[in-house]
Write a protein that binds this ligand. Structure first.
Ligand SMILES: [Zn+2]
Length: 174
């Protein structure tokens, strides 16, 4: 088992769609960034890559690469999953906190959970919305942040402990 942590923050600006966890949410402002700026999905990617020891989202998908301009972050997540599976890991569970003064996230949590779970190949995805209670930049609606913890495990079965393979098979009658 390995654990990874992911954090991301993007500014909220007018004239951009708000996408969280792959779900387009009707709102007066949206997150600014090179891709769709899906702060939650970016934090999930960083948590998974961190757990697998594969660096971070910027290393896998460079921001100066034109291929990722306005890219769907769910597709980036699928790319990160490919890299993680290639390294021999699968997801055990993922727990997420999205810190947003607005909008209220509760009505969208089920849809966001389903979209991310589909890409991760597990239904062990938990998403929590948290209000910054008006404090600081996030409380002034300048942006939205996300924190994610991911646990992953090796796909192949562990090799037996030394000596186990040499133990003679049980014989009938003994
Ligand atoms: Zn980001």
């Amino acid at each position: 088992m390995r654990v990874g942590i992911g954090y991301d923050v993007h500014p909220l600006v007018k004239g951009r769609p708000l996408v969280l966890g792959g779900v387009r949410i009707d709102h007066s402002t949206g997150l600014d960034g090179h891709s769709d700026a899906d702060v939650l999905t970016h934090a999930v990617i960083d948590a998974l890559l961190g757990a697998a020891g594969l660096g971070d989202i910027g290393r896998l998908f460079p921001a100066d690469d034109a291929r990722y301009k306005d890219a769907s972050s769910l597709d980036l997540l699928s790319g990160a999953m490919d890299a993680m599976r290639g390294a021999g890991y699968r997801v055990v569970n993922v727990d997420c906190t999205v810190i947003a003064q607005e909008p209220r996230l509760q009505p969208h949590v089920a849809a966001m959970t389903a979209k991310i779970a589909e890409r991760l190949g597990t239904d062990r995805v938990n998403i929590k919305g948290k209000s910054p209670e008006g404090l600081g930049a996030l409380g002034q609606k300048a942006g939205i942040a996300a924190q994610v913890v991911a646990v992953i495990e090796e796909m192949q079965r562990r090799t037996p402990p030394p000596g186990a393979a040499r133990r003679p098979p049980r014989q009938a009658g003994r």
